[in-house]
Design a protein around this ligand. Structure first.
Ligand code: SF4
Ligand code: FES
Length: 234
């Protein structure tokens, strides 16, 4: 089938503003948007620029706005996009576009690093693994699934209006350790997220939950961190 793919193109060395370009591509219904982008790049216009790596929904590098919604190009099938109509592809919003579909991810990763996304412990190195019950492990299972794709953070209207907000992903990254019974950095992380740019900026719009390609209940995780802050009991 012939499919029209309309891509928001931008090259700061050539253009002052982004502009839409439409490509006609022959695809199978079971092809993915990433296949369409590859065909365009390899067969029609080698200057088209986008990130991708694993092509299987694991690395998180190809989040983009497809038909107005944040998705991973490698997990989005053409047949699920009403291919009789033009398919639109844009960069994710709220981060500076460097070229075509590539955005500057630095602010996103800075927010992630700021919440200390690692195990904090004290005392001597253990001589055996740190034991945890299944129930304790289940407590943060959902937020371990994050692949750092930024689909949640860049679908958030608060993040669009003010890039200082930590954003949903950073809160998911903090949640993963705040509710880990082996961790001792909870107070520090909660204090970081109690900041004016922290969890209280969330307006519970659920865009983040809808956008997450891993099915993480992002809004629920944010609510749990808010509750932990209120009760300081996790
Ligand atoms: S929480 Fe989901 S949408 Fe957000 S960065 Fe992680 S995997 Fe991507
Ligand atoms: S290319 Fe790795 S998640 Fe899509």
């Amino acid at each position: 089938m012939d499919v029209k793919v309309k891509i928001l193109r931008y090259n700061p060395e050539v253009l002052d503003e982004a502009e839409w370009k439409t490509y006609s591509v022959t695809l199978q219904p079971t092809d993915r948007v990433l296949d369409a982008l590859h065909k365009i790049k390899w067969e029609q216009d080698g200057t088209l620029t986008f990130r991708r790596s694993c092509a299987h929904g694991v690395c998180g590098s190809d989040a983009m706005r497809i038909n107005g919604r944040n998705r991973l190009a490698c997990k989005t099938l053409i047949k699920d996009l009403n291919p009789g109509k033009e398919i639109t592809v844009e960069p994710i919003k709220g981060l500076t576009v460097l070229k075509d579909l590539v955005v500057d991810m630095d602010p996103f990763f800075e927010a992630y690093r700021a919440v200390m996304p690692f195990l904090v412990t004290s005392g001597h190195e253990p001589t055996r693994e740190r034991i945890q019950s299944q129930a304790d492990r289940d407590r943060f299972d959902d937020t371990t699934k994050c692949i750092l794709c930024a689909a949640c953070t860049t679908s958030c209207p608060v993040f669009w209006s003010d890039g200082q907000y930590f954003g949903p992903q950073a809160i998911v990254g903090a949640h993963r350790f705040i509710f880990d019974s082996r961790d001792e950095g909870t107070e520090q992380r909660l204090e970081i997220l109690n900041d004016k740019e922290g969890v209280w900026r969330c307006r519970t719009t659920f865009n983040c939950t809808d956008a997450c390609p891993r099915g993480i209940e992002v809004t629920k995780a944010i609510q749990e961190v808010k509750r932990a802050l209120i009760f300081r009991r996790v």
